[in-house]
Design a protein around this ligand. Structure first.
Ligand code: VGL
Ligand code: ZN
Length: 200
């Protein structure tokens, strides 16, 4: 069984959004088309309470893209984004949400960010996605979405560590690319056995 995992195709990560990823909206139509080719579709949704610890605005004297040390390790600070219930947290209006078997929200713990769809950024607190996929007999995952170097990257690394067969469709992802984060993410994913593909 093969699942398509669509990471964070939300308004705040698309042009005009609070944490816009260049070209984020270009991937929506081809992702919709790919949904027809898999057994299961999971959409993830970045879903932060107001005042979330990953927001620069929650830290005195800090600006977006500064780093801080959290109890679980280093954390990039972001502009406020994907606040629970906001328009920015909604899926891109053209994304085919009706095809989704599961919509998984992450990042709701105020003190811990969650890039990965599998574990929060402490790398230990599960979201439940592993159990969902395994109990449905899914072994093969194709990951697409936003952003390549953060939430797609962390999700792909965790999925590979959990022994799923993982492909990232790079043509159906877009990156934030902070200080070389995209090339670091690509190297890390390749080293972890994630297949990075970009069909012609
Ligand atoms: C993401 C930064 C903060 C992502 C989410 O979806 O890649 N990046 N929150
Ligand atoms: Zn976030």
């Amino acid at each position: 069984m093969h699942a398509l995992i669509v990471i964070d195709v939300q308004n705040d990560f698309c042009p005009g959004g609070a944490l816009a990823v260049p070209g984020g909206d270009e991937i929506v139509a081809p992702i919709n088309a790919l949904m027809a080719e898999v057994d299961a579709v999971v959409l993830t949704q970045d879903w932060h309470p107001a005042g979330h610890s990953s927001f620069a605005s929650s830290h005195d004297g800090k600006a977006p893209y500064d780093m801080v040390e959290m109890p679980y390790g280093p954390q990039v600070l972001w502009p406020d984004h994907c606040v629970i219930g906001s328009a920015g947290a909604a899926f891109h209006p053209d994304l085919d949400t009706e095809r989704a078997d599961l919509i998984l929200r992450k990042g709701y713990t105020p003190s811990i960010d969650s890039y990965s769809a599998f574990f929060e950024n402490d790398r230990r607190t599960p979201t439940g996605l592993e159990g969902y996929l395994r109990t449905r007999g899914i072994e093969r995952l194709t990951l697409v979405g936003l952003a390549t170097d953060f939430c797609v990257n962390y999700s792909a690394l965790d999925a590979a560590k959990l022994d799923f067969s993982v492909t990232v469709r790079e043509d159906l992802c877009r990156a934030i690319d902070l200080d070389g984060s995209l090339s670091a993410a690509r190297a890390g994913m390749q080293g972890a056995g994630v297949k990075l593909v970009r069909p012609a």
